[in-house]
Design a protein. Structure first.
Lengths: 268, 75
């Protein structure tokens, strides 16, 4: 008869330590299911031939996170009033420890964010990843791009220098020429008849709260849809090619425009 | 006579085949795809920081009798 070995003290201690370490995770999992969700997110299958092209979405997300983090730091020192705005920007750039880095990353990160979104959009278009059933995700992505550009427009005024002022004058005047809603929109953005203190606070509020909040909501929805629907394969992938029905005749292209159908004598 | 399948039915079937294919032949997001994403994210942060550094340290400044223009853009 086999005798069951008693666990040693070291083994018991290891077991207890493991249970103690896992307790917080078990506590969270039991109450929220978040651990299971994270496990699903990390270990879900993606097409075997997904590669660097598929990183443009997460790169855009990283660029947005850089903007969020540097923006929060800048907001701690920026003063949104015509009298103080420019001097507070100078203070951030020249006097604060690494302020130049935070401001520089925010300024250049804005362009990087927009460029990456355009590249991501181009990739999705060329891979045909906007087609069924991902149409809604395409629409959400376009909305994020539009809001990203609006975020850039509202942020441009905040340094309150000559470039910022006149670029905003041009931008608001362009909006004002739109039919029906144009004049109302221009009036709303200016916060009156002239660009001044009200314009700056409206732009600051939109740049800090309204637009980032909307972008965060849309990014959450975008990611949910990516996880739900899966990542699309590149058009040249074997997996994408295998999606055709087995009984469907596969055309062999002998020239640019001459498909030859296997086993067929022409159209019936 | 069987009804002619609608285009949406074919799309649904194709998507179901895609899901089945990925389940069978795909690879887990972690660590494969996540590695690519991490490298790309580090590159994005590095490029932002690099541009900020170039912007800061290539300032010509008004003392050069020129415009206070930086190498990669104005203030």
């Amino acid at each position: 008869m086999a005798v069951r070995r008693q666990p040693s003290k070291a083994e018991l201690r290891r077991k207890q330590a493991m249970a103690a370490a896992l307790y917080p995770l078990d506590w969270i999992e039991e109450r929220s299911g978040l651990v299971g969700a994270t496990r699903y997110f990390l270990f879900r299958k993606v097409p075997a031939d997904s590669g660097w092209w598929h990183t443009l979405g997460s790169a855009s997300l990283t660029a947005f996170l850089v903007q969020a983090v540097t923006g929060v730091i800048l907001a701690m020192y920026y003063k949104p009033s015509p009298h103080d705005a420019y001097s507070s920007i100078q203070n951030i750039t020249d006097d604060l420890t690494l302020g130049w880095l935070v401001r520089g990353m925010h300024k250049w990160g804005a362009s990087i964010f927009i460029i990456l979104m355009f590249l991501h959009m181009g990739r999705v278009f060329l891979f045909g990843a906007y087609k069924y059933p991902r149409e809604l995700n395409w629409i959400v992505g376009v909305m994020i791009l539009l809001l990203g550009m609006l975020e850039g427009f509202t942020g441009y005024l905040l340094p309150w220098d000559q470039t910022a002022y006149w670029a905003t004058v041009v931008g608001i005047n362009l909006n004002g020429t739109a039919p029906i809603a144009g004049p109302w929109l221009a009036q709303f953005l200016r916060g009156g008849q002239e660009i001044g203190a009200n314009t700056l606070t409206i732009f600051y509020s939109m740049h800090m709260l309204l637009i980032p909040g909307a972008i965060i909501g849309l990014i959450t929805l975008h990611l949910y849809l990516v996880i739900r629907l899966g990542v699309s394969s590149p058009p040249w992938s074997k997996e994408a090619a295998d999606l055709k029905r087995a009984d469907e005749p596969q055309p062999l292209r002998t020239g640019l425009t001459q498909p030859v159908v296997r086993g067929g004598g022409g159209p019936e | 006579m069987a009804d002619k399948p609608k285009p949406i039915d074919e799309k649904r079937a194709q998507f179901a085949r895609y899901k089945e294919n990925v389940k069978k032949t795909g690879k887990p997001f972690y660590p494969y795809a996540m590695f690519h994403d991490t490298v790309m994210s580090l590159a994005v942060v590095s490029v932002s920081g690099g541009l900020a550094t170039i912007w800061k340290w290539t300032s010509w400044g008004p003392h050069h009798a020129g415009l206070p223009q930086r190498l990669v853009g104005p203030d």
